[in-house]
Design a protein around this ligand. Structure first.
Ligand SMILES: Cc1cc2nc3c(=O)[nH]c(=O)nc-3n(C[C@H](O)[C@H](O)[C@H](O)COP(=O)(O)O)c2cc1C
Length: 326
């Protein structure tokens, strides 16, 4: 996979499932990261080709819990992001999914306590030897490109030093979120410190942080020197941020997302969570729409909220017909 001059959908837990990734790609995202999945969880899965949905599913053995769903359409651009603290486990997890994805990424930036207490996410930033171990093990044993996503360290010099060590492992690209672990999302991202990493490395650096509208893409490119840009919240609030054309209205984007969730039979909890995030940004969950979403128990309920019962029924009828012919 090429990493220069790319628009990248950031990994987002409970958001970056298949329908949201396809939505972002429709609007122009070149590379779409899936939500972080912990190595322990994916290792417990088996790969199942789902003929009804036309997807490839990684399903927790003995259950019908789909941990990761992907499809052929996104094979060349989907990045599987993993949470891990162990090279052998990371390899086992990567080997399971690597033929179905464009790249495998290691999350080295998550500051949440469940991640850090398990030695994953941002905990890795203080363990360069372990980072080296994980990345070289993956690089030597899978053919799929390997990347990682880090945050800034206490000083720009420390970040550059770590980035240089990471580069030496042979990763294809490095995503840098321009905040330190203790920074809050409202603290401004330090584009100047991403620039220091860009000028120190030869591999592509993907700049991430505070891109909220299309014009910010150019701004962060100029400020950092990075040719590729990763967007999280800006895309969550309106996935058409990737489009060079006029931004689509968030109401239309939201409806398209609901349709894609129906089409790909997304986990209703993930769809509800994503819708709630969109609504909280522009409006308020106390209004009837928000209340109806909170009350919804399945995708049929959500289709009703948006007047899309006919669409829901047509997808369902198609699947029943497929079932009869099977
Ligand atoms: C809802 C949400 C979920 C996130 N989940 C992940 C994740 O799974 N893995 C990860 O590396 N970063 C995750 N992040 C961090 C983003 O990928 C990104 O680094 C951060 O939000 C800064 O980008 P932004 O300023 O464009 O939002 C998440 C952020 C948000 C808002």
């Amino acid at each position: 996979m090429e990493y220069e001059n790319k628009l990248v959908l950031a990994p987002m837990v409970r958001v970056g499932t298949l329908p949201f990734r396809l939505l972002a790609a429709d609007y122009g995202a070149d590379i779409t990261y899936a939500e972080e999945i912990i190595d322990h969880k994916i290792i417990k899965c088996e790969r199942i080709v789902n003929d009804y949905i036309k997807s490839t599913d990684f399903v927790e053995k003995g259950t019908d819990n789909v941990v990761f769903r992907t499809c052929n359409e996104e094979k060349g651009r989907v990045v599987f992001q993993m949470g891990t603290s162990d090279a052998v486990r990371a390899l086992k997890a990567a080997q399971l999914v690597c033929k179905d994805v464009a790249a495998v990424d290691i999350n080295m930036g998550c500051p949440k306590s469940f991640s850090v207490s398990g030695g994953m996410g941002a905990a890795l930033l203080t363990k360069p030897d372990l980072i080296h171990d994980i990345l070289t093990t993956l690089r030597r044993n899978i053919d799929t490109p390997v990347t990682c996503k880090i945050r800034l360290l206490k000083s720009s010099q420390d970040t550059v030093e770590l980035a240089r060590r990471i580069e030496k492992t042979g990763v294809s690209a490095l995503a840098v979120h321009g905040r330190q672990v203790a920074d809050r999302p409202r603290d401004p991202a330090k584009w100047n410190e991403i620039a220091d990493v860009v000028s120190a490395l030869t591999i592509p650096v993907i700049a991430n942080g505070d891109v909220f509208e299309y014009d910010d893409i150019q701004r962060i490119k100029v400020a950092t020197g990075a040719s590729s840009v990763m967007v999280a919240r800006g895309a969550l609030w309106n996935a058409s941020i990737f489009s060079p054309n006029v931004e689509a209205h968030w109401e239309d984007v939201k409806k398209e997302y609901v349709r894609k969730s129906i089409l790909w039979d997304n986990d209703v909890k993930s769809t509800k969570h994503t819708l709630k995030e969109m609504i909280m940004h522009y409006s308020c969950l106390e209004f009837p729409e928000g209340k109806a979403i909170i009350k919804s128990q399945n995708l049929a309920d959500l289709a009703k909220v948006y007047g899309d019962e006919e669409y829901y029924e047509s997808v369902r009828a198609y699947r029943i017909a497929l079932d009869r012919h099977a």
